[in-house]
Design a protein around this ligand. Structure first.
Ligand code: CO
Length: 209
């Protein structure tokens, strides 16, 4: 059994560097976590949540899956949202997609990819909802736009989850943001589809092209 020693070496160096800068860092963190943000992002190795917003351990609560999907029957994702909102009292949920997303690209193709195709059907649905917007675009534009539209749809899905509905109904402050990351330059962009109430969610649904 190969032990992947280089990773353990890197881990020791990393922990030591942090300990030198902040001797009580890990001890303090072991007492509790108080992150202010829930990040729902893609599993893509080029889109690591903490690093691209330059945040330390403890600062961001993270859920990642292929193509940053929020599916209303996915107990994994829903449990993360519930824990973040109801236990950690997080006020900001960020759905972050990225250009060049392999999941979105696969959903645009007609090829078979196996089990993953079932997951990608949700993106195919998004593509179908926006047929008119996507049809006139060239292939590159269509891919970029579907990456963006996928984020906007997931913002709606987060907003319509029972957890977020419940939080808003109870008068809690809770913002859902939709961002996209450009793997080619390392920069994030706010897609301007954020919602902070059921009214804003309804307006987003009316206005999405
Ligand atoms: Co992706």
């Amino acid at each position: 059994m190969k032990s992947l020693k280089p990773l353990f070496d890197k881990n020791r160096q990393w922990a030591e560097t942090i300990r030198q800068e902040q001797p009580d860092f890990f001890e303090r963190l072991s007492q509790q976590q108080t992150p202010e943000y829930l990040w729902i992002g893609c599993s893509d190795s080029r889109v690591p949540a903490n690093q691209i917003v330059d945040m330390a351990p403890g600062e961001i609560f993270v859920h990642r899956n292929i193509a940053n999907s929020v599916v209303h029957t996915d107990l994994n994702c829903l449990s993360v949202i519930q824990y973040a909102v109801e236990v950690l009292d997080i006020k900001h949920i960020i759905v972050c997609g990225h250009y060049g997303c392999g999941g979105v690209r696969a959903a645009m193709e007609d090829q078979q990819h196996g089990l993953i195709d079932n997951w990608l059907l949700h993106i195919k649905d998004t593509q179908r909802f926006h047929t008119e917007t996507l049809a006139p675009l060239d292939e590159k534009q269509r891919f970029d736009r579907l990456c963006e539209l996928n984020v906007i749809e997931q913002v709606k899905n987060v907003g319509h989850s029972t957890i977020v509905h419940g939080a808003w109904a109870a008068g809690k402050t809770l913002h859902v943001h939709g961002w996209i990351y450009n793997v080619a330059n390392g920069l994030l962009r706010d897609l301007g589809c954020g919602v902070s109430s059921l009214e804003e969610l309804r307006a987003l649904e009316q206005n999405t092209p």
